[in-house]
Design a protein around this ligand. Structure first.
Ligand code: BES
Ligand code: MN
Ligand code: ZN
Length: 499
């Protein structure tokens, strides 16, 4: 799908379809009014007939509207005028694309960027429209022998605006939206891929491919390298698997090397059986998405490389399977992490923190300005925040605020949980420096507390994406989150520095 921005008036557009918004209960937006005028009141008449009430998410396709130069006019319901918030706008754009895909239109001009929203300008509406549009055509069919259904006809999207003032900002927003959407697609593809294909070796190959495309530096550490570094915790998780574990480091240097980088650390468990603390069989297939933290790091780095952001960003991905086996780690085993701290592994299913802690220690070598880890870390986070917000925990107030602002801007919600010292006590071990589990109570917090023992040397935040990286049920699949949040966070950093 190709996107472009154009300033002009809706009634003068040619092509297969022009989409305009309608408020509840049947009030025209400015763009719809312009259409109605040239059509001699035809659209207003349809609204009065009650066939289109402007309810959020409703649509109506009209053919050969008198006076217009386009083949179709698509009315898009926006809900009540005073209530247009982020969700209503995104829902309306989603509904518009659903309706467009059901027509035979190969091109469309959307006049939804002019919809008045209190807190959002044209740039936001443009980038969100691009992201939602790209989501509407996403399919994962590479593992099917026959592709089901017809391909979408829609190829050319024009985002129309009647104001020239915001044109330059909208162009930039278009590029940002495309970069985010591409990053999300990459993350989704990896998350959806079967775990017999998407192994640690496969992730390393993908990172190498990304490095080639964008001219980045990539380092892949194998088991021997990790042994030399003393990554006893990460390697303890890998013991049960036939697939060799890897540690991937992907380096994007978009500004002078003296500028300290942001390091993104993504959990890359390509399949989590639980290990000897085996998970129940039901829905275990879904544990292929336990590498979505890693996927979001690769997606975000692709997005910023595509935009050529003037920033230094390093992606670190510890990746392994978590399998039972004769050689697997047992509950009660004590291992020594790269930091020197010893860990009593009481539950082999709490493996994410065990691979992350060594990656977080490894991150120190980059003298990072900030480290953010992203992980499908705890089922407890799904219980606490559901599938709406990612969990955010941080040792730095400013960083937490900055991430929350980015999440709000990107419409990729996150919610902060406390990281108080009072919770650290749950990780006491009688036999080692620290235990890898803290009991059922506050599971997301104690998991972050565990990580915090390895992040004392820098500003750090942790995103628990167990509930947000994946959808279960009928539309089972990866979501591409939190690529929008992370990319927006990084975009925000370039703006703040005045570039
Ligand atoms: N990968 C899981 C967390 C998870 C659960 C992600 C459900 C997505 C959906 C993680 O490795 C895990 O198993 N965590 C345990 C920790 C427990 C043993 C302390 C959990 O959440 O049950
Ligand atoms: Mn687990
Ligand atoms: Zn896991």
């Amino acid at each position: 799908m190709k996107f472009s921005i154009k300033s002009g008036t809706p009634e003068k557009q040619r092509g297969a379809c022009v989409a305009v918004g309608v408020f509840e209960p049947g009030k025209l937006t400015e763009a719809a009014e312009a259409m109605d005028k040239i059509a001699g009141g035809y659209i207003g008449g349809i609204l009065r007939s009650g066939d289109m009430k402007g309810n959020a998410g409703s649509t109506l396709v009209l053919h050969n509207v008198p006076g217009t130069l386009c083949e179709r006019v698509l009315l898009v319901g926006l809900g009540k005028e005073q209530e247009i918030k982020d969700k209503a706008y995104r829902d309306a754009v989603r509904a518009a694309f659903k309706a467009l895909h059901e027509t035979g239109a190969t091109d469309a001009t959307l006049f939804l960027t002019d919809v008045p929203m209190k807190e959002r300008g044209a740039a936001w509406k443009v980038s969100q429209a691009v992201i939602v549009a790209m989501e509407s055509i996403y399919r994962f069919d590479r593992l099917k022998s026959k592709i089901e259904g017809a391909k979408p006809h829609l190829r050319k999207i024009t985002l129309g605006t009647t104001s020239r003032a915001e044109l330059a900002a909208s162009e930039e927003a278009l590029q940002q939206g495309l970069a985010i959407a591409d990053g999300m697609n990459l993350a989704k593809n990896l998350g959806n891929l079967a775990p017999n294909i998407c192994t640690p070796t496969y992730l390393a190959e993908q990172a190498t491919g990304i490095a080639k495309t964008h001219n980045l530096k990539v380092t892949i550490l194998g088991q021997k390298d990790m042994e030399k570094l003393g990554m006893g915790s990460l390697l303890a998780v890998a013991r049960g698997s036939r697939q060799p574990a890897k540690l991937i480091a992907l380096e994007y240097w978009g500004q002078a090397k003296k500028e300290r980088p942001v390091v993104l650390v993504g959990k890359g468990v390509t399949f989590d059986t639980g290990g000897i603390s085996l998970k129940p069989a039901a829905e275990m297939d879904e544990m292929k998405y336990d590498m979505c933290g890693a996927a979001s790091v690769l997606g975000t780095i692709t997005a910023i490389a595509q935009m050529r952001l003037p920033l230094n960003v390093i992606g670190i991905i510890p990746t392994t399977e978590n399998m039972p086996g004769g050689n697997a780690t047992k509950p009660g085993d004590v291992v020594t992490s790269m930091s020197g701290q010893t860990i009593e592994i009481l539950n082999t299913d709490a493996e994410g923190r065990l691979i992350l802690c060594d990656a977080l220690t490894y991150a120190e070598r980059y003298e990072p300005e900030t480290v953010i880890d992203i992980a499908t870390l705890t089922g407890a986070c799904v219980i606490a925040l559901g599938h709406v917000a990612s969990g955010l925990l941080s040792n730095d107030e400013e960083l937490a605020e900055e991430l929350l602002r980015a999440s709000e801007q990107a419409a990729d919600p996150a919610w902060r949980l406390p990281l108080w010292d009072d919770y650290q006590e749950q990780l006491k071990s009688n036999f080692a420096d620290i235990a890898n589990i803290g009991g059922r109570a506050g599971g997301t917090i104690t998991a972050a507390c565990f990580l915090s023992r390895f992040t004392r040397k820098y500003r750090w935040a942790h995103l628990d994406i167990a509930g947000t990286a994946w959808k279960s049920g009928k539309e089972k699949g990866a979501t591409g989150r939190p690529v929008p949040l992370l990319t927006q966070f990084l975009i925000g950093r370039t703006v703040k520095k005045g570039r």
